[in-house]
Design a protein around this ligand. Structure first.
Ligand SMILES: Cc1cc2nc3c(=O)[nH]c(=O)nc-3n(C[C@H](O)[C@H](O)[C@H](O)COP(=O)(O)O)c2cc1C
Ligand SMILES: [Mn+2]
Length: 487
């Protein structure tokens, strides 16, 4: 399902009671963070998207927490529940032979629009260019938040950062925060493992002096989210967005850079990065729940700002979990499970709990078949794309619900012989990791919490799990009211 633009999504949320308009004046300086943080950590009945209509000193409203619940995140990607994402992708990559002709036609009809929808489409005009400012564009026109008290400045936090590989011309769209240095200069926080940083490396090798960059804000929420998706290099995130929407993303040429941006975006910042230039970026209150210290990062020079009339500025704040970005990551986890299963088919399910801030903990469920199988899966995950950054991997048996943390804890604490069932290793860690003794490289742990048998060299008899017989369960179900316990 495609939304025409961000306003269409706002209307859907509002109609469903999933959005609150804040009509009193508020400050973009810390106040919005405190309000949003409380709402993001609230139970579902109070966890709503927030539209701040009057931001002090600005005409533009601020939208925050649009992705901050499983329901809104699913709606943003055109499905009813996040689990549907997994099934949709599994169907695309594993089309089992349907039995009946009716089923065959239905499947074909489903695949056709899917394939046609994959590539973005170029158009000549877009609402994102209703207002074009090339003469002295100023970032001060945007209600950019100061998120936390010790932040180094104001940060754009929900951008689609668009670049092209200087050698191949392939597009990448990444979500990298941007610090406002002044009216026309931004810090570009693409970390070393990410697509934008790779384009910068290629530019340096090729002696290219300016990397054109466009920062799009808003558009169909699937376009916004796609920027955060860890796709393999050289796969256009707007193709993924097109597939999610069932309709191509429409792109218009920028006015001052050789790039294209979503025609339906709210705001576009155009500019360039000089690969030789570095400036201290940070500190920034990050999704680890800690401030990341200042570090040298590239600089973006703004050449134009364009926007639609009546633009809304979309943003988020990150901090101690759970926050809005947890649900953005959950969508990624669900959608990418079938992809991971292409390489590791024995993996049945996985969970990255909020407390683990994505990279710190991955719980995996699998069916063990041969000696060393659990270790093969652990090492396999450490070799798959950005999963390489995972610090702890916990493996449980096929009957365990990986989303039930109490059940997982029970399994791990009881099943693990800490001298034998643990792999301690080292490898690449996330740029934000603060525990590793040196940046980007640190310790990892793999924990085998499956039941052991002779394949593991376990010569004792593994005990049987206690379970009530089905007849007695059915009997007690039937008689439950009689007992008078619930009255
Ligand atoms: C709200 C939010 C903010 C993010 N900020 C950054 C950031 O500042 N720098 C960064 O490298 N990744 C950041 N990420 C993660 C990247 O968007 C993510 O790794 C994505 O896969 C990058 O795209 P790429 O693989 O095309 O580089 C952020 C993610 C979210 C959801
Ligand atoms: Mn990418």
């Amino acid at each position: 399902m495609a939304y025409k633009d961000l306003h269409a999504f706002i209307r859907r949320l509002e109609k469903a009671g999933e959005l609150v308009r804040i009509r009193v004046p508020v400050s973009a300086d810390l106040e919005i963070t405190e309000i949003a943080d409380r709402v993001m950590k609230s139970p579902p009945e109070r966890n709503k998207a927030l539209l701040f209509e009057k931001v002090r000193g600005h005409d533009m409203p601020v939208l925050i927490n649009m992705f901050g619940s499983p329901r809104r995140m699913a709606w943003a990607l055109g499905v009813e529940s996040l689990e549907d994402l997994r099934h949709r992708l599994a169907r695309l990559i594993k089309p089992e032979m349907p039995q009946s002709w009716g089923e065959k036609f239905r499947r074909a009809a489903e695949l056709l629009p899917t394939l046609r929808a994959l590539g973005p489409k170029r158009v000549n005009k877009g609402i994102c260019q209703e207002v074009v400012i090339t003469d002295a564009p100023s970032l001060d026109a945007l209600p950019i938040l100061t998120c936390w008290p010790k932040d180094g400045g104001r940060y754009i936090t929900l951008p689609q950062v668009i670049t092209r590989d200087p050698r191949t011309g392939r597009r990448n769209v990444g979500m990298y925060r941007l610090q406002v240095f002044d009216e026309r200069t931004l810090g570009m926080h693409w970390q070393i493992h990410k697509g934008g940083a790779e384009h910068e490396r290629v530019a340096r090798e090729e002696g290219v002096e300016r990397i054109p960059v466009a920062v799009a804000l808003g558009g169909d929420p699937a376009e916004i989210w796609a920027a955060s998706a860890p796709l393999p290099p050289d796969i256009d995130e707007y193709m993924l967005a097109g597939w999610l929407r069932g309709k191509p993303v429409e792109l218009v040429p920028c006015v001052t850079q050789p790039l294209e941006v979503p025609a339906d975006a709210e705001i576009v910042i155009e500019g360039y990065v000089d690969p030789r230039e570095r400036r201290l970026e940070g500190p920034f209150g990050d999704h680890t729940g800690y401030y990341t210290p200042p570090e040298p990062y590239p600089v973006m020079h703004v050449t134009a700002i364009t926007h639609r009339k009546g633009a809304v500025y979309p943003t988020t704040v990150v901090g101690r979990p759970p926050m809005e970005d947890y649900w953005m990551g959950k969508a990624t986890e669900r959608l990418f499970l079938p992809l991971l299963q292409l390489f590791l088919p024995e993996v049945l399910d996985m969970n990255m709990p909020a407390e683990g801030v994505f990279h710190n903990l991955l719980i995996v469920k699998m069916r063990k078949r041969y000696p060393g199988h659990v270790r093969k899966v652990i090492h396999g995950i450490w070799g798959l794309g950005l999963m390489m950054l995972t610090k702890a991997i916990v493996v449980v048996d096929d009957w365990v619900d990986v989303h039930d943390l109490s059940e997982v804890a029970w399994q791990v604490l009881g099943n693990v012989d800490w001298a034998r069932d643990v792999i301690v290793s080292e490898g690449p860690v996330d740029a934000l990791d603060h525990a590793s003794y040196r940046p980007l490289f640190g310790g990892k742990i793999g924990v085998d919490a499956t039941a052991k048998d002779e394949r593991d060299g376990y010569t004792r008899t593994w005990p049987e799990r206690i379970e009530m017989s089905p007849e007695i369960k059915a009997l007690v179900d039937r008689r439950w009211k009689e007992y008078g316990i619930d009255s």
